[in-house]
Design a protein around this ligand. Sequence first.
Ligand code: BGC
Length: 724
Amino acid sequence: MTIATFDDASRAVSAGTHVTDAARALVAAMTVDERLWCLDGDAPTWAGLGFLARNGYHKAPFLAAQVERIGLGGVAFSDGPRGAVVGNATCFPVPMARGATWDPELEERVGDAIGRELRALGANLTGAVCVNVLRHPAWGRAQETYGEDPHHVGEMGAALTRGLQRSVLACVKHFACNSMENARFSVDIEVDEVALHEVYLPHFKRIVDEGVASVMSAYNAVNGEWCGQSKALLTEVLRDEWGFEGFVISDWIFGLRDAATSLSAGLDIEMPYRMVRAQHLREALECGDASWADVDAAVERVVATLLRFDDVLSAPAPSIEVVGAPQHRALAREVASRSVILLRNEVVDGSPVLPFDRATRVAVVGRLADRVNIGDGGSSDVWDLECRTVIDGLRDRADHVVHDDGSDIDRAAAVAASADVAVVVVGYTYVDEGEYIGETDPSLPAMFPPGDEPHVADLFQAAISELPPTITPDRIAERPRGGFGIGGDRISLRLPDADVALIRAVAAANPRTIVAIQAGSAVVCSEWIDTVPAVVQAWYGGCEAGPGLADVLLGVMNPSARLPFSVPVDEADLPAFERHATTFRYDRWHGWWHLARQGRKAAFPFGFGLSYTTFALDGVEASLAHDVVVVRATVRNMGERHGADVVQIYAELPDRDAPARLVGFARVEVAAHSAATVAVTVPVDRLATRDAEQHAWRPAVGVHRFAVARFAGDPDALTVNVAI
Ligand code: BGC
C-alpha cells in the first residue's frame, strides 16, 4: 500500500501496519521543508508575540506540525489545568484543590469535561497535566500541581490524563524538577540519581505508563543541561528506560537554546513559534552538527502519535454548547465542595462552630469575599464569565448574610459582633503567587529572530483574522497587561499583615469565627490560629468556589478533603527556598519526609482533614500474592452523619536511610454508625529503591512495615509487616 498522505497511513494502520512503520513511510514521502516545518510551532515569532500581548492565549490554540499537502492535521494546543484556557470555558478548582479530594475517579471526570470543552473550542492537545511535586509551598505555581507526594500526584495526574484523552491528547509537564518560578529560566537543579528517580520522576513515569501522548520539557536545567535539550532526561530516561512512545514539546519561547542539541537530545517540537530551529537548524544540518536521521525520528514520533490517537481525534468534536454546560458547572461545584478542607472546628458554648444552619445570621468579612479569586493570571488562567464568589454562595444557602470588606477593622469587628457567626475570607490572589514573566536572563532575547518570514506571517494573519469571539471578563480588562504573569514565587508563607489583624479583630468580636483561606498551597497559621475556633482551606475554587464553600459551611456536604501537603508550624521547618537561585540542590527530603526527618511536628500534617463525623480504623491485614501486596482495613464511622474518609498506606522500607513512602490510598464513603472495608493494592515495584551505580531499580526484599493511617505520622496508625 502506498503511503503518501495521513489518510493513507491511517488506512494502513487499520489494515494491520504498525503505527511506527506507517509513520516512517509517511515521513519518507514528505519534502525536506515539510519535515523541518514539523519541528517547531507554525506561527511566526514576532506576530505571534504581538497576538499574545492582545490576549491571544485565550483566543486561539497554538498550532504545530500542520502540513496541508499530505493532510497532516498536526496539533492545536491549549493550556489547562483548571479548564480550557482558550475561549470562555468552565473554570474548575485548581489542581491543588483537586489533589485535596484524594479522589482519582472525580479527577477523571474533570479531565473528561475539560477535554470535551477543549475539543469543542478547536484544540486537540493540552498542557493541562502539571505534576511537578510541590517541593516548597512558596513555589508560585504550586496551585497547578496536586501536592507534595509523588505517589499521590502521579495517581491524580494519571486520572486527569485518562479523562482528557477521551477527547484530546494530553501533555504532561514540566519535565523535570520545575518547582521554582522566578528563577525558572536560569536555575540549574543539581539532583542525584536516587532523589531524581524516587522523588522527582515517579509521577511522570506513572503518567507515561497511563499512555500520555506528549511530554513538555521544563525551562530549568537539571545537572548542567537545559531540560529542553537534555539527552539524559528526554532520551535516556523517558524513552530508553520508560519506553515513552509519544512526542516531546518544549516549554514556551525560551525552552531550548540550541537547535542541534535539542534535536539530538530528543526534543521533537519547539513551541510555540518559528524561533530557534527556524533560524539555525538548516545550517546545523548542512555542517553536520545535526542529523537528518534525528529530524526524521522526531517527525515520525509526532506522526505516529497522531495515528495512534486517530480514533479520538477524528471523532466529531462536541458541539460548542458543551462549553460551560450545566453538567460541567455542577461538576465544578461538586469538586469545589469536595476540595474544602476542614482544618479546625472547636466547640464553643457546647457546640462545634461548623456547620451552621440557614437561619444563622452570618457576617462575611474580607476583601476576597466578594471577589472572583480563581488563581494564577498566567498560562493557566481560564476566562470563565460565570464565576460565583463566597458571598454569592452564602446568600444562596443562608437567609441573613451581611458583608464587610474589612478595610476598616473596627467597622468589620462591629459587623461581626452583631452576627451569630463570622466568616473571615483571607489569603492570596494571582498577584501574590502564579506564573511569572519578568526580569530574567538578559541574554535570552538574543534568541529572537530579526524578523518574521513573510509567507508564515501572512498565513498566521489569515488564521487569526477568522477566530470565533472570546469575551474578555471584566476582571481581566481591569488589570494592567491583563495581569499576565505577574505572580511569581511567594515572598512569605504568612498571611498579609492586614489579614492577620482582621482575623484577630473579628475573632475578638465574635467567638464563633471561621477563617476561610484562599491560596494555592500551605499557609502558615501559627500566629493566629489559637484565636479562632474554625478554619477551612478553601483554595482558588473555580467558578463555583462560593457555592462549594457554602455547601461545607452549612453542612450540606460533609467535608472529606485531606491536605495534599504538610502545613508547617514555622516556615523555618521547611527546606530552603531561594527565589533567585542560579544553582540549587534538590535532595530526597521535602514535605512530610523532611519534617519527620527533622523531628518537627507539622501544624497540620500531610493527609489530614476533619469531618463532621469521626472515623476509626481496625481490622488491618496484608497479604502478598505474586507481585502485589493487598492491604485491607475496616473504616468505622463513629458518628451521626454519613461521611467519607481517606485511608492512607505508608510503607517503611528496610533500608533505614530511605524515607517512608505513601504507597496507596482509598477514599471510602461510610454511612453513620456503620463500617466499610477497603482493599488497597500496592504493586511490589512501588517499594523498589533506586540503585545509583546500576542506573536501575533494586527490587524490594525483606520485611516492609505498612502503616495504615489517616494522615502522615498518625499516632493511631495500625501497622502490619509484610515479608517480600
Ligand atoms: C508555561 C507552560 C505552559 C506554556 C504554554 C509556559 O510559559 O510554563 O506551563 O503550558 O507556557 O502556555
